[in-house]
Write a protein that binds this ligand. Structure first.
Ligand code: NAP
Length: 283
């Protein structure tokens, strides 16, 4: 049972976690922190948080602190709260990139760094803000924790228990592995979707969508995601994203070459391999 949960950034992810823990009766009080008072008032109105507070006021005496702001802002938030974190508190984040967040946290938190448990829920939508939050966003979904060597075991256990109470399955892995895999499974599909929509509109104008069907809609759903969040992710996971983008460019080049030489067998083999793999995943 968490006594006081502080959610810094009460948006889609922070708001959904607060809702899930309230629904599971796993939390006493939920205090929200953000930049825009209107968003916090909306969060109170929706029953997602019990009250809003300033960073310092919220964090003093809290036993669980969740930082759910865009990746590029996590280090700055941790720097601001470092001196107010209680000895018994656990601090975690939900950022989509882990290596650079851990580096930033180590520098920002100093001797409080062992309280920090880096985390990333593999759940979300293309929507943003507290109004889009739901209590069941994490139900049956995975949450990856990437503890550092210094991470306190009691803090790790408490963050793991928190996600389990929210309905998630918790996994642990190294930050490098996380960033490498997520560059392919999440970051690449997002940048491809943004780029594809931009290419179509630049080439044909916005009227192009009148001739588009559900295929384009399904393929590019995530291009409706928040630009600031995705800017931060690209800048925070540069190396891994560049590696997978280069590989993808090479593969697209091979595909273009097969189209050029009219190699139907090559194309069919690729499509069959991918169809088979995707069917296995979805099942
Ligand atoms: P969101 O809905 O836009 O929520 C972000 C919240 O942070 C907003 O409520 C915003 O409120 C607040 N905020 C922004 N900068 C802040 C700052 N410097 N200090 C305090 N509050 C700040 O975004 P989200 O989708 O929940 O994403 C949050 C984090 O979750 C990101 O790190 C993202 O990488 C990660 N994540 C997202 C998904 C996804 O599918 N969306 C999935 C997994 C992980 P104000 O504007 O009122 O301050």
């Amino acid at each position: 049972m968490i006594q006081r949960l502080v959610v810094i950034g009460v948006g889609l992810i922070g708001g959904s976690l607060a809702r899930a823990l309230k629904t599971a009766c796993a939390v006493g009080e939920v205090v929200g922190v953000g930049r825009d008072a209107r968003h916090l008032a909306q969060a109170v109105e929706l029953g997602v948080i019990d009250r809003a507070a300033t960073l310092t006021e919220a964090v003093r005496g809290a036993d669980m602190i969740v930082v759910a702001v865009p990746v590029g802002s996590i280090g700055g938030v941790l720097r601001e709260i470092a001196l107010d974190i209680a000895d018994h508190a656990a601090v975690t984040d939900v950022g989509s990139v882990k290596g650079s967040v851990i580096e930033g946290a180590r520098a920002a938190l100093g001797r409080r760094f062992p309280a920090f448990v880096p985390g990333h829920p593999i759940a979300g939508t293309e929507q943003s803000g507290v109004a889009a939050s739901t209590a069941d966003l994490f139900r049956g979904r995975r949450v990856i924790l990437t503890p550092a060597q210094e991470t306190r075991l009691d803090a790790l256990a408490r963050v793991s228990d928190m996600w389990a109470a929210a309905g998630a399955e918790v996994l642990s892995m190294g930050a490098d592995k996380h960033d490498d895999i997520l560059a392919g499974t999440s970051h690449l599909p997002h940048v491809l979707a943004f780029t594809l929509i931009d290419l179509l509109v630049r080439t044909h104008g916005s009227g192009v969508f009148e001739l588009a069907g559900t295929g384009l809609r399904d393929t590019t759903r995530v291009a409706a995601s928040d630009p600031v969040m995705w800017r931060d992710i690209c800048l925070s996971n540069q190396d891994a994203i560049l590696r997978v983008l280069e590989q993808y460019q090479t593969d697209l080049g091979a595909l273009a070459e097969a189209v050029r030489r009219g190699d139907g067998q090559w194309l069919q083999d690729l499509f069959a391999r991918a169809k088979h793999a995707r069917a296995g995943w979805v099942e």
